[in-house]
Design a protein around this ligand. Structure first.
Ligand SMILES: *Cc1c(COP(=O)(O)O)cnc(C)c1O
Length: 220
């Protein structure tokens, strides 16, 4: 078996085990394979192995490699998991199936405009900066319930879930718990949380999708 596919299978098994351990249904957690910095040649075996959900953090990089792969595998589901600049909203709406990084009014407005113009509506998540880290994208957790409401009421955007990236040097559990609590208050169903180092913990805290890169594709 291809090495990458071997690691994919291991991550799938660990996600399933963590879900079972938490008393959650098999299939309650979607694995988003994060392919940033890897080329089509590295991604192809993972596609051949049946994986269809992928994450990229840069619009331009994704534009260079995914249109051809999407033409070949029409059921690919591509997630934008990196910061979105408003001048890239047009490209993001055209390419991505899920945009996980809605985090400010201007982006919400630009996305609403592009969705109306293109007649294509990616599913949307709000990114929450649970650790209040100044260098990190995401909305202040104290403002996030009101922001989700404004996305709906002011911009007409259906927000499906929340996403967070806990501080690298902290126990992620409290951050996952906070995200789950905000989702409950905001009335959104999906939780994108957990990366290579902490996805099993995230599943225990209710993640409905985990974003795993290096544990599948190797170190970047
Ligand atoms: C790169 C990235 C990941 C995957 O990180 P790994 O530690 O390689 O699994 C997940 N989420 C976001 C937002 C990322 O940028």
């Amino acid at each position: 078996m291809d090495e990458t596919v071997g690691r994919l299978r291991l991550v799938e098994a660990k996600v399933a085990a963590a879900a079972a351990e938490a008393g959650r249904a098999a299939g309650a957690v979607t694995l988003v394979a994060v392919s940033k910095t890897f080329e089509a040649g590295d991604i192809r075996p993972v596609l051949a192995a049946g994986q269809r959900v992928f994450g990229e953090n840069r619009v331009q990089e994704a534009q260079a490699k995914w249109p051809a792969l999407k033409a070949e595998f029409p059921d690919i589901e591509l997630h934008l998991i990196g910061p979105l600049q408003s001048n890239k909203a047009k490209e993001a709406v055209a390419l991505f199936d899920v945009i996980e990084t809605v985090d400010r009014e201007k982006i919400a407005a630009e996305l609403a405009k592009e969705i109306a113009r293109q007649g294509r509506a990616p599913r949307l998540y709000v990114q929450v900066n649970t650790g209040l880290e100044p260098q990190k994208a995401g909305i202040d957790p104290r403002e996030s319930v009101a922001f989700v409401k404004r996305c709906r009421d002011v911009h007409g955007l259906a927000i499906e879930g929340l996403m967070c990236i806990p501080p690298a040097d902290e126990n992620p559990g409290p951050h996952f718990a906070l995200l789950a609590r905000i989702a409950g208050e905001a009335g959104v169903a999906k939780l994108s949380m957990g990366m290579s180092g902490d996805y099993e913990t995230a599943v225990a805290f209710g993640a409905t999708s985990v974003r795993v890169g290096s544990a599948i594709f190797g170190t970047r």
